[in-house]
Design a protein around this ligand. Sequence first.
Ligand code: HPA
Length: 272
Amino acid sequence: MTLNHQVTQAAEWLRTRDQRTCDLGLVLGTGLGTLADEMTEAIKISYRDIPHFPHSTVKFHAGQLVLGCLEGKTIFAMQGRFHGYEGYPLQSVTLPIRVMHRLGIRTLILTNAAGGIRPALLPGSIALIKDHLNLMGNSPLIGPYDESLGTRFPDMSEPYSLRLRQLAMQTARELKIPLLESVYAAVMGPSYETEAEISMLQVLGADTVGMSVVPETLVARQLDMDVLGLTAVTDQAIPGSMSAVSHEAVNKMAAELGPRFRRLLRAIIKAL
Ligand code: HPA
């Protein structure tokens, strides 16, 4: 079955469950999923029930779609995402983005947890993604092509919408929440980085490193969706003072900075 067919079946199935038109797609990353619990008029659908969706295998990722309202917007929110390191092809990891597009969504907010590489990005800080390095050695855009997938050769001169970045910076200023622009390096994982890898990422110009976001951005840009990326910095890796990182510690820090992150996100959604 073609990817286009899978998108059609998933989107048609979802339309039978809920006819609302969503204003916005939202992917909630590690430790950040609780924002979906604040949505009203919400219906929750397990990924397991949606045709062709993989299901989330990562602890702390709820693995459900929440369709509901927040700050006056109707939102298609993913509480937990799929990752390449779970063994799914990146075409499956990013299928939900294509389904969002098929359902008429043109604006996408991606959130994630990541390690800080630039010294100013301490654990607990929030970063706005202005650009990325795809170091996954892979792309969800590789494969047979048909026009329904979007353009064959997507432009990447502005992967993260300048208009949305300006809106996010302005909103953060108003809330007095520090927000630093960052270059996000995406790696396949699931092991965290060695000291030598962190040194390499520094040389390459990365400010943060994580295991998600980029495949979703690539597909969204192929479909000409506007993307905003927000990162919760959960740990810091600086050559010379490396300390152990664990999934538990990453989650704990994401939960700690959660209230501030959610406040910012809600205000951005309101301002959209
Ligand atoms: N590296 C990669 N991915 C991550 C990290 C990290 O330090 N923290 C959270 N996700």
